[in-house]
Design a protein. Structure first.
Length: 129
């Protein structure tokens, strides 16, 4: 009998490889990390194997994070997945827009590892040890 507990999956969506690498390093001890470098790939991954939570950059080419979030929240299969926006754009207007589209939270760059982990923990409602 196995006592292994399935790691919850975090999908990191950012067009910058170095940001994805930072998130992977921070998150991989506690979570299974998947990555997408654009919005279309994020939607594809989410439909194929839904993650438990999504960290989503706003500023990306082709399809920005707002559009990705909007599409996720319109789809019955993905609408319940928590989305946390991660961005350098810290003004109230961007934060309000993200929350209006259905995001559960907003984390700013540069990334503070403890803030990111606490934010994920809060929205997944698990105890990180």
């Amino acid at each position: 009998m196995s006592n292994t507990i399935r790691k919850q999956t975090v999908l990191v969506v950012d067009d910058t490889s170095s940001i994805i690498a930072v998130f992977s390093k921070i998150l991989s001890p506690e979570y299974r990390v998947k990555a997408a470098k654009n919005g279309l790939k994020a939607l594809e991954i989410t439909l194929e194997t839904p993650p438990d939570i999504i960290l989503l950059d706003i500023m990306m080419p082709e399809m920005d994070g707002y559009e990705v979030c909007r599409k996720l929240k319109l789809n019955p299969k993905t609408k319940e997945i928590p989305v946390i926006f991660v961005t350098a754009m810290v003004d109230a207007e961007n934060k309000a827009r993200a929350l209006e589209l259905g995001a559960v939270d907003f984390v700013t760059k540069p990334i503070n590892p403890s803030v990111v982990l606490e934010c994920i923990k809060k929205h997944l409602q698990i105890d990180i040890k």
